[in-house]
Design a protein around this ligand. Structure first.
Ligand SMILES: O=C(O)[C@H](O)[C@@H](O)[C@H](O)[C@H](O)COP(=O)(O)O
Length: 260
């Protein structure tokens, strides 16, 4: 008998010659995802990470197919610092992307810095911002992002979900805070697994030989249970890996051919 809940689809891995080729193909993928979302719902909901990710979106900048006014941008994780702080993911995305494109200011959902002294309140407020974007419009138990763009750390973390942290078992909250991040700065908020695992598309991006060991563990040995391996969105969601050949050098998993 067919199951009512099909199992999550296996990840799709694309590996490119160079970071430049990776960025070009990633941009083409994002444009296609945007078109599907806008045609269907008139908006495109995206979550961005920090680290090297914002720079890898550079091929979107002068692309006429990008409808920036339709983007609703959230942060997959954020460091709890002022918005102009050098550790702020918002600040990084502002420098690399927002300052170069025309996303309406009110569509960029950053943390409320008046709450920096109370992380519980700050995470609650961020969750409310998500609720007003998703629950009221889509009436779903968890938000269904059109696209979540993630990086991976050398320990297999993604967002601010770190190995063996109690947050890995969070089942209810959409946004959680941590005060003991092993990667500085220690205070952060993050989307939780239930949110990642309800997205339509989660794309991990990784480039360079520094990612080779951890990438092969995450992809080839998911039973090790590293945070990035636990991102397995429920049907019809899909995980994609956009990596360069240096990062995928040790991966045994099947590499798909990129086709638009
Ligand atoms: O705020 C953060 O620290 C990030 O969102 C984090 O999850 C990042 O994506 C990974 O650590 C990969 O970072 P790199 O891309 O710099 O390797």
């Amino acid at each position: 008998m067919a199951s009512l809940h099909p199992p999550p689809s296996p990840p799709i891995l694309y590996s490119f010659e160079s970071p430049n080729e990776l960025s070009e193909n990633l941009a083409a993928f994002i444009v296609r995802a945007q078109k599907e979302a806008v045609d269907k719902k008139g908006r495109f909901t995206v979550a961005l990470s920090g680290g090297s990710l914002p720079k890898q979106l550079n091929k979107l900048i002068d692309n006429p197919a990008v409808k920036w006014d339709k983007w609703q941008v959230f942060f997959a994780d954020e460091r709890c610092v002022p918005l102009d702080h050098e550790d702020s993911n918002y600040n990084l995305c502002r420098k690399e992307l927002f300052s170069k494109v025309s996303i309406p200011k009110q569509n960029i959902h950053h943390i409320d810095v008046s709450l920096l002294d109370d992380l519980e309140e700050l995470a609650d407020a961020y969750e409310k911002a998500l609720i007003s974007e998703f629950a009221q419009k889509d009436s779903a138990r968890f938000p269904v992002f059109d696209l979540i763009l993630l990086g991976i750390g050398p320990d297999g973390h993604t967002c601010s979900l770190f190995p063996e942290h109690p947050l890995l078992t969070e089942e209810d909250r959409w946004v959680a805070y941590i005060e003991d991040s092993p990667k500085p700065p220690p205070k952060r908020i993050t989307l939780t697994f239930p949110v990642l695992n309800h997205a339509l598309r989660v794309v991990f991006i990784a480039a360079g030989e520094g990612k080779a060991d951890i990438l092969s563990t995450i992809i080839d040995n998911p039973q090790a249970g590293l945070p990035a391996s636990r991102v397995t969105p429920s049907h019809p969601g899909q995980v994609y890996w956009y990596v360069d050949n240096a990062a995928s050098a040790k991966v045994k998993y099947h590499k798909s051919e990129f086709k638009l």
